[in-house]
Design a protein around this ligand. Structure first.
Ligand code: IMO
Ligand code: MG
Length: 440
């Protein structure tokens, strides 16, 4: 096997960055295939903390090449900042490659993201709680066929023609709908052409780059952003992100055949969190929720917002495992549950007197679903030093086994702390957590 997809199996922030970082240590290429700067992938190496928004989390592995794929919407201004800060930490940027087919987040996208949110607030429909990175409006333009792609930025005249057309539309929206001043064509053109010149060395035809890598027998990790519950089709629409976050989109967003993907891994937290608006059946409003938030340091890396915390939702967990056809699941942050005397898992929902096993598409109904819990004893001991499954208390092993049964996907590893190496491969899995192991 040479291509592995890693996806978020909840509402994002599951620890994908950490897993991708560990997998990258033995991978040749890591590719981001969707999303944009809304992602915040967090990796600790020793005492240094790295947060990746647009650069794939594989970049800290010294020999791994990292591709920002065609399915991504990229913000050149913040990408350049991210690249500069990585260079300042000694990271070799010659391993970064940007798809010429990726779409560019323009200043009007970030502005409209915020204005649309304000509008939703003002009209009483409630905002979506976006990350205000312009991701949604950029995908809208992609599908409206007025997007500007990386390849367009490099062609000074073509860029001006395309920008003039779309900016005319956006300025009418800004002035007539939102009462804002218009944006200047000249200023945007010269600013973004400047970015294009800086980014030029990184820009490649990523689909041929990846196909050649595949033909040469390289190992490739496709790094998902967000999570399946934020997927535009299968998530809690409209409280979702604007891209397809499921494994099914990994091939299209990278430019590889779906046949080339041999292994799909879903990353879950041992509990569940959500940032932003939208229903969350197992959300906790009590001291247990606060305990999870504090022990798990549940603060969004992109927006600084507090994450909502709740018990593991196995109804959603199983739905996501099936949607993605997970070969494996990884359960992160098990140590956050260390001190709890008892732990609950939601096994089904009660809706209008009926027991259901699937999340309804209708959000009003999902909002009415009451979780039905199973309760298990906690282990009430520190597991952060555990190095193998044998070091885990039996109550922790029982919890993992129960989650595994409920989601119907094998749990191949758990994490017991935030650092590299605090990931335990489980004995009952033939697969180890690093890619060589996973691909053995
Ligand atoms: P990573 O990759 C958690 C959420 C936002 C909001 C909704 C829409 O770090 O797991 P958007 O800006 O995408 O239009 O916002 O999606 N959201 C995330 N939540 N982790 C993320 O990424 C997220 N990216 C977007 O909070 O509710
Ligand atoms: Mg995040």
């Amino acid at each position: 096997m040479s291509v592995v997809t890693v996806i978020g199996a909840q509402w994002g922030d599951e620890g994908k960055g950490r897993i991708v970082d560990e997998l990258a240590l033995s991978a040749d290429v890591v590719v981001r295939f969707q999303g944009g700067g809304n992602a915040g992938h967090h990796v600790w190496v020793g005492d240094t903390q790295f947060t990746f928004h647009q650069v794939p989390a594989g970049i800290l592995s010294p020999r791994t090449h990292c591709v920002i794929g065609n399915g991504v919407v990229l913000d050149p201004r913040t990408l350049l900042e991210e690249l500069r800060s990585l260079a300042a930490k000694g990271v070799d940027l010659s391993r970064v490659h940007i798809s010429d087919r990726a779409h560019v987040i323009m200043p009007y996208h970030t502005l409209l993201d915020q204005l649309e949110e304000n509008d939703r607030d003002a009209t009483g429909s409630g905002n979506l709680g976006t990350t205000a990175r312009g991701v949604g409006p950029a995908y809208v333009d992609k599908y409206s066929r007025v997007g500007i792609r990386v390849a367009d930025l490099l062609d000074v005249d073509q860029f001006r023609t395309k920008l003039a057309f779309v900016l005319n539309q956006k300025n009418r929206m800004l002035t007539q709908i939102y009462g804002m001043p218009p944006l200047s064509l000249e200023e945007i053109h010269s600013e973004y052409y400047g970015y294009a010149r800086e980014l030029r060395p990184y820009i490649v035809d990523s689909q041929s780059y990846l196909q050649e890598a595949l033909a040469a027998g390289k190992t490739i990790v496709l790094e998902g952003a967000q999570g399946s519950l934020l997927d535009v089709d299968f998530g809690t629409y409209p409280y979702v992100t604007s891209s397809s976050t499921v494994a099914g989109n990994a091939s299209a967003g990278a430019g590889l055949s779906p046949r080339s993907i041999e292994y799909i891994c879903g990353v879950y937290k041992a509990y569940i969190t959500r940032v932003g608006t939208g229903p969350m059946p197992t959300e906790l409003f009590d001291e247990v929720g606060q305990h999870l938030a504090i022990r798990g340091y549940e603060i969004g890396r992109t927006t600084g917002r507090k994450r909502r915390c709740g018990w593991f939702d196995a109804v959603l967990g199983r739905y996501v495992a099936r949607l993605n056809g997970l070969d494996a699941a990884i359960l992160m942050k098990l140590d956050v549950l260390d001190r709890l005397p008892s732990i609950k898992i939601c096994t089904s929902y009660r809706l209008d007197g009926q027991i259901i096993q699937q999340p309804p598409a209708n959000l009003a109904l999902l909002g009415k679903c009451e979780p039905i819990y199973e309760e298990m004893p906690g282990w009430q001991q520190d597991i952060t030093g555990a190095q193998s499954i044998a070091d885990l208390p039996s109550a922790a092993r029982a919890y993992i086994a129960r989650v595994e049964t409920l989601i119907e996907a094998p749990i191949i590893a758990v994490s017991v702390g935030p650092r590299r190496g605090q990931t335990i491969a489980l004995q009952h899995s033939p697969l180890l957590v690093n890619l060589q192991g996973a691909l053995a």
